[in-house]
Each structure stands twice: as C-alpha cells, then as structure tokens.
Design a protein around this ligand. Structure first.
Ligand code: ATP
Length: 209
C-alpha cells in the first residue's frame, strides 16, 4: 500500500463523455492524483449521457481513446462500467458501486466547473454530496461556468478546488475543428494526446458533424 493509503484508501472518480479525451482532461487527472493523494483514480467514460443532446461516438472508440489518453498515468485506471451498464449513466450509481468495492474508503468526485454548476440537476445529487468529496477544476470557457451552485443544504464535506492552469480546450471545439477540416494532425496533437490524434485520424472520427 502507498503512503497515501496509510489510513482510508482515497478513490477518485473522473467521468465524462471523453469524445475525445483531450489535454485538459489529462492535466486534470494528473492534478487530481497528485493534489488529492489518490490511491486510485477511475476514469469513467459515460455510457448514455442523459444531459447531452447529441449522440456520442461509439463506446468502443471512446474507450479506446480513453485508454490511449490515460492508460499510462500512475494510479489511473480506465473504468468501462458505465459503457457496459444499459440505460443512461448516473454518477451516483457508479459512486455507490465504488463505495461498496472500497469499504472505509474516501471517495472524491473530480469535475470541471461547468459540470459543478449543474450539479443540482444530477440524479440524487443530495446523496452524491454525502458520499463523495466534490473537487472542482476551473474552466477557461466562462460561458460554461456561469451558474453558481447553491445547494441550500449544509454540505457534509468542504468543496475542494483543484489547482491547475486554465486550459481553453473542449471536446466540442476539437470535433468542430476536425469536421470543418481546420485541424491538421499536428494541430490536433496540440489539443489531444498524440496517440489520440492518430486514432481520430485512423478511424476518421468527427469527419461529419
Ligand atoms: P464537450 O465539449 O463535448 O461537452 P468536454 O470538453 O466538456 O466535452 P467532457 O468529456 O464532457 O469534456 O468533460 C469531462 C469532465 O472534464 C467534465 O467534468 C468537464 O467539466 C471537465 N473538463 C473538460 N474540459 C475541461 C477544461 N478545459 N478544463 C477543466 N475541466 C474540463
């Protein structure tokens, strides 16, 4: 066991559509492991995102890209459970499963500020804030972070800000750049990990909107 897990194991969850995973996601995962001294960080690609209107890319592609982006990071594991679960993916279900698998462990939910602002729309968010410590990364795109979270109930755990430089990158922009033909492979490799850029090109992802 690592020094970080001398007492309760610290287990992180970082969910997203990861369509595609980009460099801000990777930086966020690394910052979370280091700053929260996590024993394990589960990267959880969402199955069906109940909150996103567009159809996501096939699960096999998002899983493969997540493996390429995060697979080499220490204490980080790509966790395919939401892709295997039928129906919409709800974070509370995954957190409860992680809690059951790690009795006595401390759970940390890693989210960007845009997601945090919408937390009250999440299924059973009141239970979610009881079982997980919410860790928030600021986002450069201010329109995504307009709303403020006002729980109107006392939170059992203080919110934890994650320290990392603002990175103005989003999967939406990356898909748009590929669709419009603006992104060259070298250009793409400045936004996503290089193996992900090669995967996008090889599988001709995001060619059509
Ligand atoms: P899309 O543009 O398709 O909505 P995205 O870039 O927001 O995608 P997601 O997979 O939806 O990526 O995000 C997963 C998590 O990563 C969310 O909690 C989101 O807030 C966070 N995140 C994404 N991009 C950034 C960024 N540039 N800085 C900080 N957090 C981010």
């Amino acid at each position: 066991m690592s020094a970080a897990s001398a007492s309760a194991p610290r287990i992180g969850m970082f969910g997203g559509s990861f369509d595609p995973p980009h460099l801000a996601h990777v930086a966020l995962a690394q910052a979370a492991v280091a700053q929260l001294q996590l024993d394990a960080l589960h990267i959880v690609p969402t199955g069906q995102a109940w909150y996103k209107e567009r159809a996501l890319s096939a699960a096999e592609h998002r899983l493969a890209m997540a493996e390429l982006a995060f697979g080499g990071l220490e204490r980080v594991q790509v966790d395919a459970r939401e892709l295997q679960r039928p129906g919409p993916s709800f974070t509370i279900d995954t957190l409860e499963a992680l809690q059951a698998e790690n009795p006595g462990g401390r759970l940390y939910l890693i989210i960007g500020k845009d997601q945090f602002a919408a937390l009250k729309t999440w299924r059973r968010w009141q239970d979610l804030v009881q079982i997980a410590i919410i860790c928030i990364a600021d986002r450069a795109d201010s329109t995504r972070a307009e709303a403020q979270f006002d729980p109107k109930i006392p939170l059992p755990h203080a919110l934890v800000p994650l320290q990392l430089p603002l990175m103005p990158v989003s999967a939406t922009d990356i898909r748009r750049q590929v669709t419009s033909g603006v992104a060259t492979q070298q250009g793409l490799a400045r936004l996503v990990p290089e193996p992900v850029a090669r995967y996008i090109e090889r599988h001709r992802l995001y060619i059509s909107p």
